[in-house]
Each structure stands twice: as structure tokens, then as C-alpha cells.
Design a binder for this molecule. Structure first.
Ligand code: ZN
Length: 570
């Protein structure tokens, strides 16, 4: 008989794989039948949670202090000695469950997913998948090394993005051209990596007995609830319903800036020349005001955020030796979410906390499910939780409602957010349509010039309103600058679909706040025990690709923007 697993993850984090492995082996070898199914799943769940939480805590420790070499060593040791072995052991238990023929309640979709993963598995693809990771890392290495000299300092191309908010148009243009030239200098290098990635992905699909890589990726992403044709329909709906609205936004911006045509370096600056919003001075203020806003959305959600503050599950400031970025993760043994951010005092920081707060409430809701395996909803719905929360909380941005701003500034922040929603969809359509073309036409897509031409044609179709004359090379190589195309093929439409769900949730809340939030929370609590159409429907939305649903969402966003324009002008 083995000793019981530790009650806390902190003890478990010191365990070696030799200590952990017997628990996996025991589960794999324990005779499994209907009578002990619940006990077996509970034990598996407990073990999975410990391994996952140890992994997350070790990772977070390196990110909250990148100078902590001991934390780094522990994390790397985990990645080397425990992570791969535990993934293989998890896979073995999935196979045991599948082989048992048992059908635990709430596992229908999970079993379907496990079967699909087993069907797609080919041993001969393992080295190709490693090769793909190396090529992705090569793309990341090329783009990560892109620096330029700006005002006598070496800065990364991404750091230049702050200059695009400067009121001085000449300065913005110089920065934009500097960044573009730097990208173009890597044109051949990126094309070379692209050719290899494409060839490799076609082989992955062929080895799996599939006609093309799109089919492979669909199965790998477990996309059972929509087809490539649905995505094409969504692109068409975007062209019809969103592109005209985007044009109106660009035209308003052009007028306000007082320029003859909008150039690519005119898109981030405030069109009325106002200084950036300054929502808070201290992190305590950021936390307290977000808490107040969540409380207005729903007192219980506000209480969860308050608990996270009290238990120090928020690390929101930007400081030396902290990793960049923002995210929410979960500690399933403790039953607590954790939010990481790098807040510097701009409105984006507020938006990030509202977004990650939605993810945190999602995690918190699924901790109540019986088994760990049921926790994680598909990304298409996870982002409804987060983007939905951004919209649900937005009405409380004013100081009067517990938030940060005067009514005018709150209106300005909300308009920027809503404009961003409209402008995102057409860009998403370009990225998505481009990849459908690539993997339906791999021979053509192996020629970078044809990719350039295809990207250009899609850009013209979905992204009118900005004047790129004289910037033809820059425009046609836009696909080089989208990381997902190179590193995470086909992973992007998820955000467009989730956004449509989020707007629908918000639409319901405008009529019946309490009812809409209750439905949203019921949907979050389902984890991955329901399909995407069921998750959306429970949240009061339709999982949709059609022009009607999208047109309704666009109409609402435009109508609210108009009302807010009046508030902003007041
Ligand atoms: Zn998110």
C-alpha cells in the first residue's frame, strides 16, 4: 500500500518522478469496473490536479521573479523530468478509461475527444511535431532579434508601438517605417522557414491519412462543432456586416485627425489629440476599483475577486525582474485562480484585469465539478467568459459606479473598446481566410510571391479604409507579421467566434442584467461537459457564423458607440 498523496501541493512540489510514478502505475493497473469508477476517477483527478498545480506554481514562481535562479532551476527540472513523463502517464490513463468501455456521466464529450486524439496519433509524426516546434522557435528567434535604433537607443520593434500613440504624425511615420523596414530585412529568412513549415505540415496530414493539413488541424483542435465551411460563412458575414462598420470608424478617425487619408501610422493615436487616460496611481487602487466594478456586475463575483485580493492571488504591478504579459491561471488543488499582469497605469491595464477576471471566475466556477478532467471548456467559450466580462463590467467604469473615470473619460474608454471589437473581426477574417487558402493550395503557398498576392487580395477585400499607397511591399508581407500563421496555424478564428458570443451575452444584460449574468455563470460552471452550441446557449447566446447574428451584434455596438459619443462630448 502506498502512502496517501500529500494534502497540499507544496509538499508534492518537492517530489521526484520516481515518487509520483507509482501512483500513476497503480491507477493504470487497478481493475476498473462500474463499481469503482467514481473512486478511480476521483483518485486520477486528485493526482492530475497535484501535477498540474505543481507545474503552474513552479512556472509562476519564475515569472514573478525572473532573477530567482533557484525557482528557475526547479521549474526546468520539472519540465525535464516530470512534465513529459506525466503527460505520457496521463495518456495511458485515458487509454485505460477508453478500453474499459465505461461511460461516466459528464464524460461524453471527453471520451469523444480522447477517441479522436487516439485516432489522430501516429508514432511517425512524433519526430515531425518536434521538428515543427524547432521551426516555430526559428521564426520566434528571427522576430525576437528584431531591434532598431530609435532616438539613440536600441529598442525592439514591438517597443516602437508606443510611438504610434504620439500626436506628432511625422514621428509616428518614422517609427512605423523603421519597424517595417526591419521586418522586410528578414523577408527571405521568414520565407525560408515558411517553406519548411508548410512541407512538414503536409506530411503530418498525409501520415495521418488525411487529405490536407486543414483536416488534420481540425481534428487536432477537436473542432467537432463547426466545419471549415462554417468559417468561410463567417468570413462572408464579416465582409457583409462588419467591413462597412469598420469603414465608418476609419472615416470618423480620418475626419477627426484632419488628414486627407488615413495611413497605417494613424491608427493608434487619439484622434482628438487628448492625452492618454490615467485610470489609477497605485495597484491597490486598481484592485479596489476593479473589485467594485465586479461587485456591480454580480455581488458573488465581486466577493471572489475580493477573496483573491485577500489571499494574494493577484500579482498586478510592473517591476524589475518580472516576466512580461498578463494571464490568468489556476491552482486546482487549492481551488483558486491566479492573475498575473504588468500594470503601468494606462487604460489597457484596467481592460486586462476585467478580461483576466472573467477567466478567473470561469476557473472558480469549474472547481465545483466532480473531476479535474471536466474543468477546461474549449477556448471558443473560455474567451466568451473573459471578453464577456469586459463588456459586462464596462458600464461601471465611472467613479460614480465604483470605477475609475469621469463620465466623459469612461465614454472615451468604452468607445475605444467597442471600436476595437469592430476592427478586430475583419483582420481576423484575413488571417483565417489566408490559412484556408494556404492549406487548400499548398503547392501555390510554397511560393512566397503567391502568398504575398493572396494576402494582398484578402487585405483589399476585408481591410479597406486605410491608405497603403507606396507601401505595397509592406502590405503584401503582412502575413509575416502574424505569429499565429507561423506558430499556431488556424488558431485565431476562436477569438472572432468568442467575441460574437460575448457581445450577445452583453446584449442580454442590457435588458436583464441579473438574468444575463446568472446565465453566464451557469454556462461557466459547465466546464467541458457541454458542446460549444450548448455552452453558448446556456450563456444566452447563439454559437453562430451567420450574417444575421453578426449583423445584430454590429448594430448594437454601433448604437452604443453613438450614445457614448454624446456622453463623451458632454
Ligand atoms: Zn483571454
Amino acid at each position: 500500500m502506498q502512502a496517501p498523496l500529500p494534502q497540499t501541493v507544496f509538499e508534492f512540489m518537492n517530489w521526484s518522478w520516481a515518487q509520483i510514478e507509482p501512483y500513476y502505475n497503480e491507477l493504470a493497473e487497478r481493475p476498473l469496473a462500474a463499481a469503482n469508477l467514481h473512486e478511480w476517477l476521483t483518485d486520477w483527478s486528485r493526482l492530475s490536479k497535484l501535477v498540474y498545480e505543481a507545474y503552474q506554481r513552479l512556472r509562476v514562481a519564475t515569472e514573478v521573479n525572473t532573477a530567482d535562479h533557484q525557482a528557475e532551476a526547479r521549474y526546468h527540472a520539472f519540465l525535464e523530468h516530470i512534465r513529459p513523463a506525466s503527460l505520457a502517464a496521463e495518456q495511458r490513463l485515458k487509454e485505460v478509461l477508453l478500453a474499459s468501455g465505461l461511460q461516466p456521466a459528464g464524460f461524453e464529450l471527453l471520451l469523444r475527444n480522447m477517441r479522436a486524439e487516439a485516432d489522430l496519433f501516429r508514432a511517425e509524426n512524433l519526430p515531425l511535431l518536434s521538428e515543427e516546434l524547432k521551426l516555430s522557435a526559428e521564426y520566434a528567434r528571427i522576430t525576437g532579434a528584431q531591434t532598431v535604433e530609435w532616438q539613440e537607443e536600441e529598442v525592439t520593434v514591438s517597443q516602437l508601438a508606443t510611438v504610434y500613440q504620439e500626436p506628432d504624425r511625422e514621428l509616428r511615420q518614422r517609427a512605423w517605417r523603421l519597424a517595417s523596414d526591419r521586418w522586410l530585412a528578414d523577408r527571405e529568412a521568414i520565407n525560408a522557414v515558411w517553406g519548411k513549415l508548410l512541407e512538414l505540415r503536409c506530411r503530418l496530414a498525409a501520415n495521418a491519412g488525411l487529405a490536407d493539413y486543414r483536416q488534420y488541424r481540425w481534428r487536432q483542435f477537436l473542432r467537432f462543432d463547426y466545419t471549415p465551411e462554417d468559417c468561410v460563412r463567417f468570413q462572408e458575414a464579416i465582409e457583409q456586416m462588419v467591413v462597412p462598420a469598420a469603414l465608418r470608424i476609419y472615416e470618423r478617425r480620418r475626419e477627426r485627425l484632419g488628414v486627407p487619408s488615413l495611413r497605417p501610422w494613424d491608427l493608434a493615436v487619439d484622434p482628438l489629440g487628448r492625452p492618454p487616460l490615467k485610470p489609477f496611481e497605485t495597484i491597490a487602487e486598481l484592485e479596489a476599483k476593479c473589485e467594485a466594478m465586479f461587485h456591480r456586475v454580480d455581488p458573488e463575483l465581486g466577493a471572489i475577486f475580493e477573496l483573491m485580493r485577500r489571499e494574494e492571488l493577484l500579482d498586478l504591478d510592473n517591476r524589475k525582474n518580472k516576466a512580461p504579459g498578463g494571464y490568468c491561471t489556476d491552482f486546482p488543488v487549492a481551488g483558486r485562480p491566479f492573475i498575473f499582469a504588468n500594470s503601468v497605469g494606462v487604460h489597457d491595464d484596467v481592460q486586462t484585469i476585467l478580461h483576466e477576471g472573467g477567466h478567473a471566475f470561469h476557473f472558480y466556477a469549474v472547481f465545483a465539478l466532480p473531476y479535474y478532467q471536466q474543468f477546461y471548456a474549449p477556448i471558443e467559450f473560455m474567451e466568451v467568459a473573459s471578453m464577456g466580462m469586459e463588456l459586462l463590467a464596462a458600464p461601471y467604469l465611472t467613479r460614480q459606479q465604483g470605477g475609475f473615470y469621469t463620465p466623459q473619460d469612461a465614454a472615451r474608454a468604452r468607445i475605444e473598446h467597442l471600436e476595437g471589437i469592430i476592427l478586430f473581426w475583419p483582420y481576423m477574417a484575413v488571417v483565417d481566410a489566408f490559412q484556408h487558402w494556404v492549406y487548400e493550395n499548398p503547392a501555390a503557398a510554397a511560393q512566397p510571391a503567391k502568398c504575398d498576392a493572396q494576402w494582398d487580395a484578402l487585405w483589399e477585400r476585408f481591410m479597406p479604409g486605410v491608405d497603403w499607397s507606396g507601401l505595397e511591399q509592406e502590405r503584401m508581407t503582412g502575413w509575416h507579421r502574424k505569429l499565429h500563421i507561423h506558430e499556431e496555424p488556424f488558431y485565431y478564428v476562436e477569438y472572432g467566434l468568442a467575441l460574437l458570443g460575448a457581445v450577445q451575452v452583453w446584449q442580454k444584460a442590457l435588458d436583464d442584467q441579473a438574468g444575463a449574468v446568472a446565465a453566464y455563470r451557469r454556462a461557466l460552471a459547465l466546464g467541458c461537459t457541454a458542446s460549444l452550441p450548448e455552452l453558448f446557449a446556456t450563456a444566452g447566446a447563439k454559437f453562430a457564423f451567420d450574417a444575421g447574428t453578426l449583423g445584430g451584434a454590429v448594430g448594437l455596438v454601433e448604437q452604443v458607440m453613438e450614445e457614448l459619443e454624446r456622453d463623451a462630448a458632454r
